[in-house]
Design a protein around this ligand. Structure first.
Ligand SMILES: [Zn+2]
Length: 312
């Protein structure tokens, strides 16, 4: 519960901040138009001069106040990262891999251009989160907010992408795995990313099925961490980098002989299960394998190891 509340608070902070960014853009625009008017006012138009001077002073005060409110480089970085991440992910919808998998470098020019053009059509609401969102303006886009403009140009998107690819690749290549082994169950955790997975087996025999069967959950942070330290980031950031495949292999190694069911899963997990099934179809079930499905009467679960010699 505590985490949920913290997250709400964070979203509210972001929403308020984005409102301030929009206000900042409005005040700058207003100031510009007052300054242009000041240049056309004649010396004999005393009343208008006075009005203008008052309006200018008020607007300058507003600008100072709102500029102080948006002086939070960390929050700004978080928002820029979320915006670029979202835009790059949209540009890479054809891939099931991580948004910043090294493969993105092979098509960086296209991705950067596509991300930039989608940011040019992104309204501030997308940057603010959902809780307490008050900015619903549709007449301004994030690339038009002066406080963000430079951070969202093509050079910035390119630099952010390259840095993120490197940082994630460093994390993914870290080999340290933590394990916990219990009675017919285990947890494997990749230290650097915090990704972890719980495996459990059921030894009660089922007629027609051959072997001991196990299951495993999706690799989220819902499994308790094996270390007493905060998780390195939202788990979604680390999916699609090949860490999941290593978790599966490590879990299976700790529970030799167990045959692992797969349920219908999200696209990245399906790709992992297909790869594992191709490596060892007896141990790894893959719910979309036609050959296994067609084996009567029990399909995959009813086949002994020898039968998989025929597996395509
Ligand atoms: Zn199969």
């Amino acid at each position: 519960m505590r985490e949920v509340r913290l997250w709400d608070e964070e979203e509210r902070r972001r929403a308020n901040y984005v409102d301030d960014l929009v206000r900042h853009a409005d005040v700058l625009k207003e100031l510009g138009s007052l300054q242009r008017r000041a240049q056309t006012v004649r010396w004999w138009q005393l009343a208008e001069q006075l009005d203008l001077r008052r309006a200018l002073r008020r607007t300058e005060d507003d600008l100072a106040r709102v500029s102080a409110q948006i002086d939070d480089p960390e929050l700004r970085r978080t928002i820029v990262a979320a915006l670029i991440g979202r835009a790059v992910s949209q540009a890479r919808q054809h891939s099931h891999r991580n948004t910043f998998h090294p493969e993105v470098l092979d098509e960086l020019d296209r991705v950067v251009a596509a991300a930039r053009s989608s940011l040019e059509r992104t309204t501030p609401a997308a940057a603010g989160g959902f809780q307490g969102m008050t900015t619903h303006r549709k007449d301004v886009f994030v690339t038009q907010l002066p406080a963000l403009a430079e951070l969202l140009d093509e050079a910035a998107i390119r630099a952010y992408s390259v840095d993120t690819v490197e940082a994630l690749a460093r994390i993914a290549s870290d080999e340290e795995m933590l394990t916990w082994v219990g009675d017919d169950q285990c947890v494997v955790q990749h230290r650097a990313s915090g990704l972890r997975q719980h495996f459990w087996a059921d030894r009660v025999p089922v007629p027609g099925r051959i072997g001991v069967f196990g299951a495993t959950n999706a690799r989220t942070y819902k499994v308790a961490s094996l270390v007493d330290e905060p998780d390195p980031g939202p788990w979604e950031c680390f999916v699609g980098l090949g860490i999941g495949t290593r978790l599966y292999r490590a879990g299976a190694e700790l529970m030799p002989g167990v045959r692992w069911w797969s349920s219908v899963a999200k696209a990245p997990a399906v790709a992992v299960r297909r790869r594992l099934h191709a490596e060892d179809p007896y141990i790894w079930h893959w719910s979309e394998c036609t050959w296994c499905y067609e084996q009567t009467p029990e399909g995959w679960a009813g086949l002994p190891r020898e039968a998989f010699a025929q597996h395509p």
